[in-house]
Write a protein that binds this ligand. Sequence first.
Ligand SMILES: NC(=O)c1ccc[n+]([C@@H]2O[C@H](COP(=O)([O-])OP(=O)(O)OC[C@H]3O[C@@H](n4cnc5c(N)ncnc54)[C@H](OP(=O)(O)O)[C@@H]3O)[C@@H](O)[C@H]2O)c1
Length: 299
Amino acid sequence: MEQVALSDDLTISRIVHGMWRLSEWGFSDKDTLNFVEQCLEMGIDTFDHADIYGDYTVEEQFGKALSQNKSLNDKLKIVTKCGIKLVSKNRPEHYIKHYNTSYGHIIWSAEYSLKNLQRDNIDLLLIHRPDPYTDPYEVAKAFNKLKEEGKVKEFGVSNYLPSQFHALQAYLDFPLVTNQVEISVAAHQEWDNGTIDLCQELGMSPMAWSPLAGGAIFSAQTHRYITLKNVIHQVSDNLGVSIDQVMYAWLLNHPANIIPIVGSGKIERVKAAVEARKVELTRQQWFQIWVAARGESVP
Ligand SMILES: NC(=O)c1ccc[n+]([C@@H]2O[C@H](COP(=O)([O-])OP(=O)(O)OC[C@H]3O[C@@H](n4cnc5c(N)ncnc54)[C@H](OP(=O)(O)O)[C@@H]3O)[C@@H](O)[C@H]2O)c1
């Protein structure tokens, strides 16, 4: 599979796999290892994590499974995130969900992720959500320390508006390499809030979370989703591919070099995502989906 260069030092696979739902799949360590091996065979070498996934358990589950095959670990690129503090039985000291992007917390969280993942370094660390109480100077200080110590290779953000991206970037001596945001046939806000423009301005690839709208299109309930699903079906019938492949291709065909993060725990669905790289939509098919999602023609 093709690789996307996020910087001179880091490339990631064109399709990334996301581990948010790992704890729901009922996988044993052997199942997890097997799943990761099959992803690698398909060319997916990049896995998306966050400290909070699975109520703070997924990184440890993944690290434990991968420790059974140490040589595999060297072939993987790990993206993880920090900054959200959940109310959780695993964090009894939190009585309200909040954010923490202080120097101390970023360092602590990255080191905790490394310990759980059983790795020496993280390829890409993201601030998970914009923090209204952030001090960009502290974030930059933490990023510098983690970089100097070789614990994190590159840094980025998630769910940031362009203004929030620029505010943090202004404190850094190196570029943020991505903004991980929600983009799908049903989620267009990144076109409206200027993030896609920012990515194209900087030549920076955005990572797309919930590329299938979290599965909501398959079980479409609302008028908007039913209309959208019907149009996606029309396109998929014309192209002779599945509707999930049309949804991935809608992202992959876009000139902004959007990197979908596949969230399925079923390997045949991951394979469908990988195959979707070969699906070409015409400009009019792309707009058919855009218009169906918006509920109105372009002006
Ligand atoms: N940065 C952020 O704030 C943020 C937020 C959310 C997610 N993420 C990242 O993005 C990744 C992907 O998000 P996501 O899991 O929401 O992705 P998604 O692909 O939009 O949704 C995955 C869900 O759709 C279901 N699904 C997939 N194909 C299907 C099909 N053909 N028919 C029916 N159901 C189907 C999956 O079930 P099966 O497992 O049964 O296939 C799963 O429940 C996460 O793992 C995480 O790494 C980041």
